[in-house]
Structures are given as C-alpha cells and as structure tokens.
Ligand binder design. Structure first.
Ligand code: GDP
Ligand code: MG
Length: 609
C-alpha cells in the first residue's frame, strides 16, 4: 500500500522538477491528476499547527496574524533509516537538518516573493521532508481566509486569498482538510463554507476541529465530533495543538502529542471518542483515504498518461527535428529541405499538385486571343496598303512589283506579334512565381526556419527572373527572325500576274488602283497569317524551353553554388529557428520525459498491486 502513495509522491516530485506545477499553461499537466491534501480555514484557526502535528515536526511558521502568505506544497517521504532532513524545490541538493532553519527559509522565501509586506502570492513553495517518522503524504498549507484587509494590505486581499484557496481545493483530486476552531461558532466557519462550495456532497472533505482545549468552560464539542452539529461524510476529528504559550516555551512535538492523547483519554466528555481523535489518528485516516483514492485513480491516470504521450509526440514531430550542430549537418539539413521544396515545386508543374495547368491555359487561350486582337486585316486594309506602298516607293514608283512595299507591310504586321509574345513570357513567369510561393508554403520543413524560408523563396524567384529575361530574349528573337527573312516559296507559288503587277498595258498609275492594292493586301495577309500560325506554335516551345523546363531542372542551382561558399556560422543564421518554436520543442521534450517517467513508474506499481 505504501508504494501507492510513494508513487504519487514520486510523480509529484517529477512534476515539480520538470516545472509542472499544475499552473495555467499550454502544456498538458499531470499535476492536476494527482491527489493532494489541502488545509483550509480562517486565519489563526490552527491550519499550520494541524499540518505540523500530522507531520510530527515543528517546521512551519505559526502565530497570530497572516503568517502563511504563499501556498506551501509539502511532501512527506518515509525513509527507512537515517537522519531526517528537508529539501526545498527552490534550493535543490541543499539538505536542511535543522527544522528551525526550515521555518526560517519558508519565511525568507515568502518574503522574497511578496516583499516584507503582508501581501500574498499564489506562487507555491515546495518542501520535501524525508523522515522515518512520517507517512507518505502530500499536503498543501494555504493562507488563511480573512474578512477584512489590515494595514498595508490591498483591499482585494480578502478575495485574492479566497480565490487562491478555491483554485487549489476545487480540483476534484484535492482532499480538503477543513479546519475550524472549536472556540468559535461552527456556523461562522470559513472552512466549512468554502469546502461546501466546492464539494457540496462532502465526498472529499475532512472536518478537523482545533482548539478544543480553549472552549468556554461548560461547553463541549461532542455534538460536532459526533456529527450532529454539521454532518460530513467522514467523521469529524478533534485535535489539540500546542498553544502559543507552548510554542513560546518550545514544548516539543512528542510531548505535545502525548499531552493530546492524555487530553482525549482523560476528559470525561471525549473519553468514548478518544480512539478516533488526535493528530496521529488524523494522519492515519488521511493516509488510508489517500491510498484508496490513488488506487481508484490508477487506471484513469494510466490512460491520461498514455494519451498525453501520444499527443506530445505528435506535436514534437510536427515541430520537426532540432538543428544539427556542425556545419556539415547544417548544410545537409538545408539541402534536404531545399530538395523537399524543389520536389513540391515540380509536383505542381507535373500536375501531381494543382497550378501547372495554368501555363497551358496561357498557350491555349491567352496567346491565341492576344494574336487575334492584333487584327492584321485592319492593318492590311486598302488605305493602309496604299499608304505604305507609296511611302516605300519614295520618289520613284515601283516598276514591276512593289518589293519594298511588301517587305514593309509584312514587317510592320509581324513586329506587332512581339507584344503577345512578351505577354506570354510574363504570364508564365507570374504563374511560376506563384507556384514557388505556394511550394514554399507547402514545405512544412521551412516553417521551422524563417530565414531559410525567405532566402530559398528569394533565390527561387531570382532564378525565375533570370530565366524570364533569357526566355524573353529567345522568344522575341523568333519574331525578329520571321521579320528578317521571308519565305520565298510562298510568293513564288502565287499567280504571276498578281506577283508581277499584272498586265504591262496598264499604266504605272493603274497599279495603284483599288483592286490592285486589295490584292496586295490579301496576299500579305495570308502570308502574315501563316507566319503567325507558326509563331503561335513556336512561342510556347520557346517559353517552355527557357522557363518551365529550366525551372524544373535547376531552380535552386544558383542558391546551391552560393550555399557551398558559406561557413558554419552563416549556415547557422540560415537555420535560425523561431525562438518560440525552439522554446516550445524544449518544453514539450521535457514534459514528454516527465510523462515517460510517470508511465514507467505507474506501470511498475500497477503490476505489483
Ligand atoms: P493558521 O493561521 O491557521 O495557520 O494557525 P496557526 O497554526 O498559525 O495557529 C494560530 C495560533 O493558534 C497559534 O498561536 C497556535 O499556537 C494556536 N493554536 C492552534 N491550534 C491550537 C489548539 O488546538 N489549542 C491551542 N491552545 N492553541 C492552538
Ligand atoms: Mg498558517
């Protein structure tokens, strides 16, 4: 049985060591799932005294006024032999063997947090006592409930204390020691009032009656102790602690306990109750109760622990691996992440992920539509043909065929294709940039490293910019090539009279007549349309060659070259993880360690049960 409580103590100690105090936190907490015992009651009702007698040690600051100003989480550990000692959570490895020094350290540590004022603090003090003379228990001493703020205290102190006390005892795993002094009317007991509030059925409340020795002559506490005044699930337990005079005279615990025993055994009113009165009895009852609570909680605790371990592991893996420490490891890590990003980008182009189809849309819709909008037929309407041919002829009208005029008509038409060609290059560039952006966001591994994310994104976009320039140059060249050399065959195959300007009987001026010009216009139009159809096919080829294929092949080539020149320190700055993530990973890992330890502890107990 002992090892059940030992287990809880071990779990709680592990929690404390790993920073799990059950406080508000984004991390799961085991602390709240563990049972504990808290003492509540009005100021000077004898809470600290009760705790001390349960422990059988003098170590708590006691007295009148507000002495306990921070929660004290006290763990009692039974050891088989050796000298007893105490240890504080805030002073690990320092063994206190003098309990007066423990008392002083509690006072000092209280002041450290609250200042020497009478303020209170919710930050608990953790104290462990190792002794052959204690039972294994975790107890919490709380500041006493008050009715009014006294000098130097803020007005809110009454509510502050009440809220703090409530925050401890409202947890379903908290066993409440409700301390009421017998020399006050039970109806005014703060302890009973707040305990009833959080535990209306009294399933976890133990009524402790102090100061029975201080009752008015002629009155006794039998009605309360026998449960007639206020019924609780568990029988009331009366205690007689040391009075202030005893404390001043340094009456020791052994003597105090003996006197308490004698008091109940010898006082006529309480004789029949003596077997279930006193601090020693209280200690045993608590220990037994705690055992049964823990036993009933073990399966629940186990599944809570297992579930939490799975959750913690899942979040840790979501956060990714911690950063390698050496330059090689860092370089490898960066390359790995880049490779993943590159793979995602390719998947977008190859249709595994969406977005690549937009490029085809440029070739299949945007480009043809833009070419159509060029309206060559308008350009080659009769009036324009006349104007261009006349201009090309200059002072000397052409004699046989308007060679210069043809060329000029064709060139001025074809050159307008540069606009749609350029627009197609730009449109594909924009799509590729968008896919880079998408792929960056979809590379989970990059989320961890904001700097690397920015750098990879920039490098990819810079590559795309370079490819765009190159592709634009090559694509426009296709158009210029068409302008600079005409397909001779096309004109040779035309009927001769049209080509040569027709009937030599026509006067030179006849050659400028409407039907002649219209014929030239339609000849040039069919040539230009033929070239345009060719370009409509070759422009996409040029763009795919220069931008799409190229970005698939080596989007990060340049980045890798630069990366190779970097030193360990510079690689480190690329992998400067978001500090919040680093922090989170660390605390998750710590908490996971706690839960794994708890898991094996609890398994060993569950098996041996
Ligand atoms: P707390 O404020 O509730 O922690 O109360 P303390 O434990 O500090 O006790 C307040 C005062 O009441 C101290 O002077 C104690 O000596 C005294 N006291 C506590 N319990 C008893 C008791 O059962 N009998 C007598 N005579 N005095 C007690
Ligand atoms: Mg106290």
């Amino acid at each position: 049985m002992d090892n059940l409580i030992q287990l809880v103590n071990r779990l709680q100690r592990a929690c404390t060591a790993l920073g799990d105090h059950g406080e508000e936190s984004t991390l799961p907490t085991l602390w709240d799932a563990l049972p504990s015992i808290a003492v509540v009651g009005g100021q000077s009702s004898g809470k600290s005294s009760v705790l001390e007698s349960v422990v059988g040690k003098d170590f708590l600051p006691r007295g009148s006024g507000i002495v306990t100003r921070r929660p004290l989480v006290l763990q009692l550990h039974r050891i088989d032999e050796g000298r007893e000692y105490a240890e504080f959570g805030h002073l690990p490895r320092k063994k206190f063997t003098e309990f007066s020094a423990v008392r002083k350290e509690i006072s000092d540590e209280t002041d450290r947090e609250t200042g020497r004022t009478k303020q209170i603090s919710t930050v608990p003090i953790y104290l462990s006592i190792y002794s052959p003379n204690v039972v294994n228990l975790t107890l919490i001493d709380l500041p006493g409930l008050t009715k009014v703020a006294v000098d130097g205290q803020s007005e809110s102190i009454v509510m502050d204390i009440e809220n703090m006390v409530r925050s401890y005892i409202e947890k379903p795993n908290c066993i409440i020691l409700a301390v009421s002094p017998a020399n006050q009317d039970l109806a005014t007991s703060d302890a009973i009032k707040i305990a009833r509030e959080v535990d209306p059925k009294g399933e976890r409340t133990f009524g402790v009656l102090t100061k029975i020795d201080l009752m008015d002559k002629g009155t006794d506490a039998v009605d309360i102790l026998e449960g007639r005044a206020y019924k609780l699930q568990f029988p009331w337990i009366g205690v007689v602690n040391r009075s202030q005079a005893d404390i001043n005279k340094n009456v020791d615990m052994i003597a105090a306990r003996r006197r308490e025993r004698e008091y109940f055994a010898q006082t006529t009113e309480y004789k029949h109750l003596a077997h279930r009165m006193g601090s020693e009895h209280l200690g045993k009852v608590l220990s037994k109760h705690l055992e049964s609570v823990i036993k009933s909680r073990i399966p629940g605790l186990q599944s809570l622990i297992n579930k939490t371990i799975i959750e913690l592991e899942a979040e840790l893996s979501r956060l990714g691996k911690p950063i390698a420490t050496d330059a090689g490891g860092k370089l490898y890590m960066i390359m790995e992440i880049c490779r993943i990003f590159d793979g995602i980008f390719k998947e977008h182009l190859d249709g595994v992920r969406p977005g690549g189809d937009k490029i085809y849309n440029v070739f299949d819709n945007q480009l043809p539509a833009a070419l159509k909008r060029l309206q060559f037929d308008k350009h080659l309407a009769m009036e324009n043909v006349r104007k261009l041919i006349t201009e090309a002829d200059g002072y000397q009208p052409h004699l046989i065929a308007p060679e210069q005029g043809y060329r000029r008509l064709i060139e001025t038409a074809l050159v307008t294709i540069k606009g749609p060609a350029e627009a197609a290059v730009d449109a594909v560039h924009a799509i590729l940039k968008e896919l880079v952006h998408k792929s960056i966001n979809e590379t989970v591994e990059l989320k961890q490293y904001p700097s690397l994310r920015v750098d990879v994104g920039n490098a990819a976009v810079e590559s795309l910019d370079r490819m765009k320039e190159e592709s634009k140059r090559a694509t426009l060249q296709l158009v210029e090539m068409e302008c600079s050399y005409l397909t001779v065959d096309f004109f040779r195959k035309l009927p001769q009279d049209v080509e040569k300007g027709g009937n030599p009987t026509h006067s030179i001026f006849d050659r400028y007549n409407d039907s002649y010009l219209r014929r030239i216009g339609s000849t040039v139009l069919s040539y230009v349309n033929m070239v345009c159809a060719n370009l409509r096919n070759s422009i996409p080829k040029s763009i795919v060659y220069g931008q799409v294929r190229e970005s698939k092949r080596g989007l990060l080539d340049h980045f890798f070259t630069e990366l190779g020149k970097k030193e360990g320190r510079q690689l480190g700055t690329l992998l400067d993880e978001d500090p919040a993530i680093m922090q989170r990973r660390q605390s998750l890992a710590k908490r996971l360690e706690l839960y794994r330890a708890a898991q094996s502890e609890i398994e060993s107990v569950a098996w041996s049960k």
